[in-house]
Design a protein around this ligand. Structure first.
Ligand code: TXA
Ligand code: MG
Length: 348
């Protein structure tokens, strides 16, 4: 065990918080079986209590067949591990998928927000797995940012969020995925099927394809939920937000011939412009541009860079961020979702 991991285990066992890298974003972790420790997460983030947390678990012991082992891992947190849950664990874990399952009796109310369900994820980041193994229990962890703000994708971002605390931050480098996990609710399989609560790197189609492999009819009503979204803070319409006002403009909406997008320029003197290459802009707007960023025309690459870019933009002291809208194609759904919420919550 290296020194950093040993230190982190000691902190967690003593009921303190530790910031941990995952492949999606950094998490603010506490022992999921220690209610006092879990309460510190809410206090540190400024997160309203009642918002449930994801329990992060280690990979199963590889000694016997992996599917039955996922059952043992999930059975510690859920009283009813469905075949659908086992298939999704087998297919996507360790990785950026969170499953909502009926909770086991022993799961703390502080973790579930008092609900009968629990969110569980097995992250793939090697440092997170190493820590989970050495710790030997589940870690409740939301993203390691102040409530409503941009999720951190590097150790420096975590430090920027909590500059005055002596929080131990495990540095696992920049997160490979860059946006939060896909969340799928498997607690209403009989009535609604598998319900995606939050989009991430694993798409609806991938989940659908995996569930189609099993001989079950109940996944067929697969749909994006709207009914209980307040339970998922990442689904509040304003979230992941920079403090600088950010407007999404339609592609080509700023060129000279465009009538579509009206921007009241007199309100802004310094503008940062973020766009795909090839976009042109009219001279009246151009005059006020003080910084320009080109973004990759690839949703996976942009997801990885997005939060670091939003943080950088927020530090420029411009009064407006003009961000070209992302394509409507479904492969952009997850990153378009985050950018949309960031713009709704911006400037507040
Ligand atoms: O990628 C991720 O999921 C990251 C990393 C750290 O694992 N975590 C993360 O946690 O994004 P957080 O708390 O920022 O977002 C998790 C979302 C919350 O909005 C929460 O409401 C929802 O998951 N959630 C957790 N347990 C739930 C439950 N039992 N039912 C419904 N939603 C749940
Ligand atoms: Mg979050």
């Amino acid at each position: 065990m290296n020194d950093q991991i040993r230190q982190a285990v000691l902190q967690l066992k003593a009921g303190h918080l530790v910031a941990i890298p995952t492949e999606t974003v950094y998490g603010l972790a506490a022992d999921a079986n220690n209610s006092e420790a879990v309460k510190k997460i809410f206090a540190t983030k400024g997160r309203p209590s009642g918002h449930p947390l994801i329990v992060h678990v280690a990979m199963p012991n590889p000694s016997s067949g992996s599917e039955s082992n996922w059952g043992a891992v999930l059975g510690q947190w859920s009283r009813d591990v469905s075949p659908e849950a086992l298939v999704l664990a087998e297919k996507f874990w360790p990785g950026p998928l969170t499953m909502i399952l009926p909770k086991a009796k022993n799961v703390l109310n502080e973790v579930t927000g008092g609900q009968e369900t629990v969110g569980i994820r097995c992250p793939s980041h090697p440092l997170a797995q190493h820590l989970l193994n050495e710790f030997g229990g589940g870690l409740a962890a939301p993203s390691a940012n102040r409530f409503g703000r941009i999720s951190p994708t590097t150790a420096e971002h975590v430090k920027d969020e909590f500059p005055d605390s002596d929080l131990l931050i495990l540095d696992g480098g920049p997160c490979a995925v860059g946006i939060e996990s896909t969340i799928v609710d498997l607690t209403r399989l009989d009535s609604e099927g598998a319900v995606v609560l939050r989009l991430g790197a694993i798409s609806r189609d991938q989940i659908h394809a995996a569930l189609s492999q099993i001989n079950s009819q109940r996944h067929l009503s697969f749909a994006q939920s709207s009914s209980d979204q307040p339970r998922v803070s990442g689904s509040l319409s304003a979230h992941y937000a920079p403090r600088t006002k950010m407007l999404l403009y339609p592609s080509h909406g700023l060129n000279q011939s465009s009538q579509g997008f009206q921007l009241d320029l007199k309100n802004f003197s310094k503008i940062a412009w973020v766009h795909f290459s090839g976009e042109t802009i009219n001279p009246a707007v151009q005059q006020k541009i003080v910084e320009e960023f080109l973004i990759p025309n690839n949703p996976t690459k942009l997801a990885k860079e997005l939060y670091a870019l939003l943080r950088k933009l927020d530090k420029l002291s411009v009064d407006l961020i003009l961000f070209e809208s992302l394509p409507n194609d479904s492969s952009w759904d997850a990153v378009r979702d985050r950018l949309g919420r960031a713009s709704v919550g911006s400037g507040i």
